[in-house]
Design a protein around this ligand. Structure first.
Ligand code: DX5
Ligand code: ZN
Length: 211
């Protein structure tokens, strides 16, 4: 599978969002990962649909919107209308009925559906929804902040998931060239990275080192 690199815009300079998007595109980003946090599901607060809408106008890159929010169903249409290409909800925040609802709505709008799980959540929790989603986003840190250390348990999770799931597997949190290699080796094909990419002097080199 082709490896895709998704810089997380959370580690960019928000006062120059348009330029940062351009910089990421020129450096070879495949997707732009957008971290949405509500201060309830995670302790931090970031951005909402208004900013996603501005980003949509500023780039033609795929917008991969990661909803770390308590009620993804409530805000789903807002993020669809803002121009998201991919939307991820957390399994900790939805039941099977809601997952079916989200899947149907996203399919209708031609937006890809991802399911994410926290480091402490077992793989068995997402088994019932695997047939509904286009990709899985495996968290390798506890969601909430950029710049945390990779939790190694994610490697085994990816390995076991790859045995039963043939679509895209993304890994998010603490990804650099070393941790990235460890998850690629066991079947991950999308690497999300914030501080590693935007914190480096040469973001093109950083992106290439992940690929
Ligand atoms: C964590 C976010 C991640 C984060 C990644 O809550 O979901 O996408 O921004 O940042 P790094 O790569 O610095 O861990
Ligand atoms: Zn994320």
């Amino acid at each position: 599978m082709k490896i895709k690199v998704a810089p997380s815009i959370l580690s960019a300079d928000f006062s120059r969002l348009g330029e940062e998007l351009k910089r990421a595109r020129l450096a070879g980003a495949d997707l732009i990962h957008v971290d949405v946090m509500d201060g309830h599901f995670v302790p931090n607060i970031t951005i909402g649909p208004v900013v996603v809408k501005s980003m949509r106008r500023a780039t033609d890159l795929i917008l991969d919107v990661h909803l770390m929010i308590q009620d993804p169903v409530k805000y789903l249409d807002d993020f669809i209308e803002a121009g998201s290409d991919m939307i991820t909800a957390h399994i900790e925040t939805i039941n099977l009925r809601q997952a079916r609802l989200i899947a149907a709505r996203l399919k209708e709008k031609k937006v890809k559906f991802g399911i994410s799980l926290n480091p402490a959540t077992p793989l068995s929790a997402i088994k019932p929804v695997l047939g509904l989603v286009d990709f899985v986003l495996v968290m390798s840190v506890n969601p909430g902040f950029a710049g945390q250390s990779f939790i190694p348990g994610a490697v085994d999770k990816v390995r076991r998931l790859r045995q039963v799931f043939s679509k895209d597997i993304a890994v998010d949190g603490g990804i650099n060239s070393f941790t990235g290699e460890s998850v690629k080796r066991v079947g991950a094909n999308i690497l999300v990275a914030g501080s590693y990419i935007f914190g480096s002097k040469n973001i093109k080199e950083a992106i290439n080192s992940l690929r």
